[in-house]
Ligand binder design. Structure first.
Ligand code: IPE
Ligand code: IPE
Ligand code: MG
Length: 240
């Protein structure tokens, strides 16, 4: 796992992570799926610390998708309480580290009021921090985000010929957030699963075999090294 040092001049500004594989991690150990989610907490905060140390400015994690409501009610209930607990256990530490906590997703009737209150509390507590921004994608769907952006445009009465990429971006959940430079998905699945559909247009994607509860900052550094070895062309022809 130890490789060459990271190039400090080419640290991705924004890293987004699909934290996947908790259920399989638990299953391999004869545990309940929810115990896999619990084990993911250590992975998350070790990785957040690593991202801060590496100088990543924006770090976004996929915690609950708009499709995850399809899971058994017990697991959904667990995940709601777990995500609230994560904020209770870590928001103050993150605040001390100058991290700004933010959320992306729909605040619909399915999200328990107590969870929304905790989210607002964590966001308010850390609102003025100027270190890394940790965005938690919660009840988030990439298609829902685009639908919500279009609704915003229509509600504003924007005429058709004024709808362009800039106008859509203005209505995304976080227009100020730069697009991810690097997206990491764990667990060996090769798909996006409705994460940041608009924003990932030109992100470098690294798929890793490790299950999320086993993920540590060294895996993040490995992914950043892989990112640094790639050439981004954005549709052009690249350097000669
Ligand atoms: C990711 O792990 C966590 C969430 C989706 C909330 P999974 O629960 O999807 O784990 P697998 O993919 O079933 O192993
Ligand atoms: C994506 O993982 C969502 C999160 C990590 C929160 P899923 O496990 O829900 O995705 P699929 O079902 O394998 O595509
Ligand atoms: Mg999964």
């Amino acid at each position: 796992m130890v490789g060459p040092a990271l190039d400090p001049a080419r640290i991705p500004r924004h890293v987004a992570v699909v934290m996947d594989g908790n259920g399989r991690w638990a299953q391999q150990r004869g545990l309940r799926r929810t115990e896999g989610h619990a084990a993911g907490e250590k992975a998350l905060f070790d990785t957040v610390e690593g991202a801060i140390d590496a100088g990543v400015r924006w770090f976004t994690v996929y915690a609950f998708s708009t499709e995850n409501w399809r899971r058994p009610p017990d697991e959904v209930r667990y995940l709601m309480g777990f995500n609230k607990g994560i904020l209770e256990r870590h928001a103050e530490d993150l605040h001390a580290r100058d991290v700004r906590i933010d959320f992306a997703g729909r605040r619909d009737w399915r999200v328990p009021r107590g969870v929304l209150r905790r989210m607002d509390w964590a966001a308010d507590l850390t609102r003025h921090n100027s270190g890394m921004t940790l965005t938690i994608a919660f009840n988030y769907g990439g298609r829902a985000e685009i639908v919500d952006a279009v609704r915003g445009l229509v509600a504003e009465g924007v005429p058709a010929d004024k709808v362009d990429e800039k106008a859509i971006r203005r209505h995304l959940y976080h227009p100020e957030m730069p697009d991810p430079d690097l997206m990491i998905r764990t667990s060996g699945e090769f798909r996006i699963s409705n994460f940041l559909l608009w924003e990932l247009a030109y992100s470098e994607i690294v798929f890793l075999d490790v299950l999320w509860p086993d993920f540590r900052r060294e895996h993040l550094f490995d992914a950043i090294r892989e990112y640094q070895a790639r050439e981004r062309r954005f549709g052009g022809v690249g350097s000669p």
